[in-house]
Design a binder for this molecule. Structure first.
Ligand code: GLC
Ligand code: CA
Length: 571
């Protein structure tokens, strides 16, 4: 595999709205990110992905952009952004932005011009279609519920397409003029000094232009739009001549000349397409490894996912994924992001939802092959919040799910419970900095409530406790990047081991002259394992006690929630 500048890096996602508010308006800002750069440097992260900070009406928290070449005043100014890029650079930290180009905001000038003159050039920046006798052009259901079609304001029978909220009209990538605008904008940001992009919802930019109805898959009489994507790929024999044409052009016009780092949010492609998307000559540098965190999401409604992940299933999914990747590509490994519940609340059984279990989960995930992306607060073990009323939610998707659940006959309590487990707001509660009011996030009223557990789980308290989750993450990251081991953690082969031992998740990372064993016990009871190779040394342990002692024979015992990282002989 050809080495790339980002292969040995650690990513960190910032959700700026919830990171740190420096002016008391209750919303995090770029000055807050700048203020915390020393904290991030100490943690050891190298690439910061900022969720959108562009001007936005915030219907979908910034994923509805009304101006691509500016900063929303809530977050600061373009000068603040330049300052962030420059200050980060001094610390060898790269900034990547969120590229949201499947859709813009209905407040974007392009859409306003399309409304004013649907037959003019800007009408063709969007998908405008005649309805069928005043009804929507087809039966597709959007991601956030309801039809993908909305009447263009002022029109009787002309609709526009939106895969997400109706305030997020989809952009027409078939139109070369639109594509030129996008490339210009992307290059404008790259020239400003950002290192690349996280690429939002990208699989949606290619539409099935037959617009044929989908098989109905819900009581609303609609078919979920993602089925149109898979149907189209099947018909076209893959993606190369469909979305691939756009993605290659985007890469060649923007990313390649800048040697940019790009991480795609890519769903609805098969594992066989990995090489095409993120191989040596792929469209992106990498993409998030969603399969292992989403495989049990069978339905389209959050309330259908009513259980925590079973560690043994998760293990199988992670291993299958790592195996498939092999030497073809690097994926970006995550246990959470701003669209998912927190990893601790999702992956850990109740008895493991404590600092020890949290460290175990982090170790397993960060030492996988690929580039780890840590989500803000993961490094202190932030957890899902308790949601008491629907008014406490902000997320458009959760609120929609709540109403869907109510319409299906659930009581208020049942609907709240059903939504709370996977609500996107779980990840969006403000970062917990200290024990002061609002966890030190703001001196004003936070835009989303702070998790009540901030007095226990916060950066300040953990900073001074050598056994804290935070100090453990610092050690874990330092180990992964250490001169002696960075090669094996970046490029070493991934080999599952003890695969059939229930509740044990273990793997080797191996190069010609190094063999590392990462081994964790997710179970309630202690387990003993027979080592296959002699131990050289223990590199990391999540047990609070003093230095773990080397096993005297080839048998090791792992207590409940214990994780151990060994260097073994290579023999
Ligand atoms: C992506 C984002 C999500 C957003 C959606 C629409 O999935 O991660 O937060 O709602 O795209 O832009
Ligand atoms: Ca602010």
């Amino acid at each position: 595999m050809k080495k790339k500048w980002w292969h040995e890096k650690i990513g960190y996602q910032i959700y700026p709205k919830s990171f740190l508010d420096t002016n008391g308006d209750g919303v995090g800002d770029l000055a807050g990110v700048i203020e915390k750069l020393p904290y991030l440097e100490q943690l050891g992260v190298d690439i910061l992905w900022l969720s959108p900070v562009y001007p936005s009406p915030m219907v979908d928290n910034g994923y509805d952009i009304s101006d691509y070449e500016n900063i929303d005043p809530r977050f600061g100014t373009l000068e603040d952004m330049d300052r962030l890029i420059a200050e980060a650079k001094k610390k060898n930290i790269s900034i990547i932005m969120d590229l949201v180009v499947n859709h813009c905001s209905d407040q974007h000038a392009w859409f306003q011009k399309a409304i004013a003159d649907p037959k003019g050039p800007y009408g063709d920046y969007f998908y405008l279609k005649e309805g069928k006798d005043g009804k929507e052009p087809n039966n597709w259901r959007s991601y956030f519920g309801g039809s993908v079609w909305e009447k263009l304001p002022g029109q009787e029978n002309l609709f526009y397409y939106h895969a997400y909220a109706k305030e997020q009209p989809d952009l027409n990538w078939e139109n070369p003029a639109l594509r030129e605008e996008i490339y210009k904008m992307v290059n404008w940001w790259l020239d400003r000094g950002i290192a690349g992009f996280r690429i939002d919802a990208i699989i949606n930019i290619k539409k099935d232009l037959t617009w044929e109805d989908l098989p109905v898959d819900g009581p609303d009489g609609r078919g979920f739009l993602t089925n149109s994507i898979t149907r189209m790929q099947k018909r076209d024999g893959g993606t190369k001549n469909g979305i691939g044409v756009f993605l290659r052009e985007l890469k060649e016009r923007c990313f390649a000349p800048h040697d940019a780092f790009t991480v795609g949010e890519v769903f609805e492609v098969d594992r066989e397409q990995l090489e095409e998307f993120i191989g040596e000559d792929g469209y992106f540098s990498t993409m998030f490894a969603f399969d292992p965190i989403q495989s049990y999401k069978k339905g389209t409604c959050q309330c259908e996912f009513d259980r925590n992940m079973n560690p043994d299933e998760w293990k199988q999914d992670v291993f299958v994924n790592q195996k498939l990747l092999g030497d073809i590509a690097f994926e970006a490994n995550i246990i959470e992001n701003h669209d998912e519940p927190t990893g601790v609340s999702r992956f850990l059984p109740d008895y493991a939802q404590n600092p020890t279990g949290t460290k175990m989960l982090g170790t397993i995930s960060v030492l996988l092959r690929g580039i780890p992306f840590i989500y803000q607060g993961q490094e202190i073990g932030m957890q899902n919040a308790v949601w008491n009323t629907v008014d406490e939610y902000n997320d458009i998707n959760t609120i929609d799910q709540y109403h869907t659940a109510r319409d299906a006959g659930l009581t208020d309590k049942e609907a709240l419970e059903a939504c709370s487990r996977l609500s996107r707001d779980n990840a969006r509660t403000p970062m917990q900095w200290n024990t002061q009011e609002n966890a030190g996030f703001t001196t004003g009223t936070p835009w989303l409530k702070v998790n009540d557990n901030y007095t226990e789980i916060n950066v300040e308290t953990q900073d001074t406790d050598p056994d804290s989750v935070l100090n453990y993450y610092r050690k874990l990251i330092a180990l992964r990047k250490s001169p002696a081991y960075k090669e094996v953690f970046a490029y070493g082969e991934f080999l599952p081991v003890y695969q059939n031992t229930s509740s044990v998740m273990a793997y080797y990372r191996k190069t010609e002259n190094q063999r590392i064993l990462i081994t964790a016990n997710f179970g309630k009871e202690a387990v003993s394992l027979t080592l296959e190779y002699p131990v050289k040394q223990i590199l990391l342990s999540n047990m609070a006690s003093a230095e773990p002692s080397l096993p005297s024979n080839d048998i090791i015992t792992l207590n409940s929630c214990e994780v151990l990282v060994f260097e073994l002989e290579t023999l």
